[in-house]
Ligand binder design. Structure first.
Ligand SMILES: Cc1cc2nc3c(=O)[nH]c(=O)nc-3n(C[C@H](O)[C@H](O)[C@H](O)COP(=O)(O)OP(=O)(O)OC[C@H]3O[C@@H](n4cnc5c(N)ncnc54)[C@H](O)[C@@H]3O)c2cc1C
Length: 418
């Protein structure tokens, strides 16, 4: 079958790989000059199913109120840029802040994320793909003892889903990652998830795209999709400046641009951009960069060692599709990184970046069929797109191929918002 994938981020690239593996004739249409140049470019690097708690949960509202109006808040609302889609998203988000909804959304996200981590391991073993990966787990550290107690309680729920989440004392945290020694006195404790991983999502995406091309996947770079043409209950082609591209099946994996492409077809995808920042710090000549991936709960920052670089990433801004690199936000994440790992690297040569997470109100991606019989969704992966890319791609390849997917798709599709 001829299948077209729109978007060559980590999600679209993984999907194209699994479609090609299933024997399809695959074309990827991408507006940029290569793979992984938008949100998948410089993210936090964590493959973190064991930290798959949804944004929407009962404890988030008091925190959001506390952060309102603070320029250094981990979650920042810039009201001037709000549109009706964002207001509608917020109402749905509020509806997901109950403990019951959070439990359902955690299970759904975990289902995809755990499957995806297994797919990633298999893919790595089969292809030898290298992307500065570290398989030393993730250590989530807490300064606030109440937050730590809350995380320990959440661990009990997560372990029921088969996850290994181990509570650690500050001293044990330093044993796991000696680079934390300077802040050991500030820590209340940590949660170690030894089965989680980290790695460079961009390196992974470009490496996998090259393997997919060698396998016959056709890439149409510098080709913005201007719209999807519809014929009855089917998509009949992709409109581009250089003509219409047709196929038997179409997969929408365009990250934050997916709603704009779906809307003219009558599909409303409840997905908005949540802007985040990262810095990438060269570590050569410095001994204080961690090897274990770290999450700093207080500042909502993550740290991943990528070969001779340290990636520090975090913060969320609800500010539309704006990609301005705000100096105050860069300074803030640099200060957090420097405070946690003073001798990690040359902070003066840190490379700043910003990207837009495609977030749904329940933190569960949008996967699977649509009312249009030959259009599939592989989008809305929010804070965990790198974590969930391989599993999502394989699920879509199974659906397109008419094979039963390896995990239940219940609650993962657009129909849950009907
Ligand atoms: C600061 C930050 C830290 C993060 N940390 C982590 C982490 O540690 N772990 C994790 O799992 N996730 C993390 N994420 C989330 C993760 O990066 C995203 O979920 C993921 O990159 C989304 O991938 P995607 O392929 O859906 O989107 P993208 O990477 O944005 O890809 C979409 C592609 O579609 C193309 N496209 C869009 N519109 C069109 C069009 N009309 N025509 C043609 N092409 C089009 C774009 O050019 C782009 O290449 C982080 C995100 C941020 C911002």
């Amino acid at each position: 079958m001829k299948v077209v994938v729109i978007g060559a981020g980590v999600v679209g690239t993984a999907c194209a790989w699994y479609l090609a593996e299933a024997g399809h004739e695959v074309t990827v249409v991408e507006r940029r000059e290569g793979a992984g140049l938008e949100t998948s470019f410089a993210n936090g690097g964590q493959v973190s199913p064991c930290h798959a708690e949804p944004w929407a949960n009962p404890s988030v509202l008091p925190k959001v109120l506390k952060w309102l109006g603070r320029e250094d808040a981990p979650l920042l609302f810039r009201w001037g840029r709000w549109d009706p889609a964002l207001w509608a998203w917020c109402l749905r988000f509020l509806g997901n802040c109950t403990s019951g909804r959070a439990a359902i959304n955690t299970e759904r996200t975990l289902r995809v994320a755990l499957y995806s981590r297994a797919c990633l391991g298999e893919l790595r073993a089969a292809t030898g793909l290298a992307y500065d990966q570290q398989t030393r787990g993730i250590l989530h550290v807490y300064r606030d003892s109440r937050e730590f107690a809350h995380a320990c309680a959440a661990s009990e729920v997560m372990t029921r889903h088969g996850l290994r989440r181990q509570a650690k004392t500050p001293a044990e945290c330093v044993t796991i990652e000696p680079a934390l020694a300077a802040v050991a006195g500030e820590l209340a404790g940590g949660i170690h998830t030894p089965d989680d991983e980290s790695g460079d999502a961009h390196k992974f995406t470009t490496g996998l795209a090259a393997l997919a091309a060698a396998r016959g996947v056709n890439y149409r770079w510098n080709t913005p999709v201007l719209g999807l043409a519809r014929d009855g209950d089917r998509v009949s082609g992709l409109v581009t400046a250089s003509g219409t591209i047709t196929a038997d099946r179409y997969v929408l994996a365009a990250g934050c641009d997916s709603p704009a492409l779906a809307r003219p077809l009558g599909l409303r995808l409840p997905l908005v951009p949540a802007k985040g920042y990262s810095i990438t710090v060269p570590v050569a000549g410095h001994g204080g960069a961690p090897l274990v991936s770290i999450t700093d709960d207080e500042h909502k920052m993550v740290y991943s060692r990528l070969g001779d670089r340290l990636r520090a990433a975090g913060t969320a801004e609800m500010t539309g599709h704006d990609l301005t690199l705000t100096p105050a936000r860069i300074a803030m994440i640099t200060a957090h990184a420097r405070a946690l790992f003073p001798d990690a690297g040359d902070y003066g040569r840190a490379e700043p970046w910003t990207g837009l997470r495609p977030v749904t109100p329940d933190s569960v991606p949008l996967l699977g069929v649509t009312p249009l019989t030959n259009l599939f969704l592989d989008t809305g992966h929010g804070t965990l797109g790198w974590t969930m890319a391989c599993g999502s791609g394989r699920l879509i390849a199974d659906l397109v191929s008419g094979r039963p997917p390896a995990i239940d798709l219940d609650g993962l599709g657009l129909a849950r918002f009907a």
